[in-house]
Design a protein around this ligand. Sequence first.
Ligand code: ZN
Length: 321
Amino acid sequence: MSKTDASCLAADLHCDAPMKIVKGKTLTDRTSHVTISKLKKGRVALQVFACWVPPTYRRQKAIDYTLAMIAKTKSEIAKFPNDLMIVTDKASWQECLKEKKTGVLLGIEGGHALGEKAENLKMFHALGVRILTLTWNNSNKFAASGMSAGKTKKDLGLTAEGLKLVKLADSLGVMIDLSHSSEKTFWDVLKAAKRPPLASHSCARALNKKFQFRNLSDDQIKALARAGGLIGVNFYPGFLGEKRKPADINSVADQFEHMRKLAGVECLALGSDFDGIDQVPKGLEGPDRIPDLLGILEERGFAKDEIKQIALGNFIRYMGW
Ligand SMILES: [Zn+2]
């Protein structure tokens, strides 16, 4: 354990806790990756809760399910007023920091959750949603996903309704998340968006070519960094490097090393995907182990300031808080 471990607050750009909450699990359930005690132990000051809706749900059914998920997630958070609070802006984030709670930032994973109209984003923004992952593995009315484009060999990128959605997100202050997006969607959004997009839970393709549709190319990583965007490194063993078998906490550190060499430290963040993944790397089984990851980065020569940036600072700068 190094000194960094004890002093560094963290932000995690992606977890799927709402998927468990909507099914009746609580934030104290020990079988979940994300629990209040593990968030505390990991010094996670900000956790993005992504609301994911099965892709078989369409139109109004998808909207209703997302609304129910947000309502249930909020009522679960409200049961722990001393530990958790919803964060939506600079003022609520600063209050959260002062009160030493874990801030929960709401996201939506998969544009199909909005039904088929860009306008619906307004309703979700009013409920506190600040990150929108444009697609999940399925393409939708707004954009092509990496997996669909790979399967069909056809990549339509951002649609006309998708362009409307990106413009609306820009004006509302909802960050566009390009994890899961197709190659063409990625470049279309980068061209169209005023606010820099992020990839909330993605790894580097150069270290694992098996998941081309899901991992980012070196060019994409460099372009996000140039644009002032952000990459949350995903902890899913299947997306991590192929060098270490099985993938472990060091494989996650390898991702940070690769991306830093390529694009500098300012675009780097954590994007665990906890509670959305069925395997975890050895040594990084939950948010409580995040300080161990930061310790490994320090051992590998990352400066303390760089680690603080990766852990929390970059995301706060990115959000303009
Ligand atoms: Zn995902």
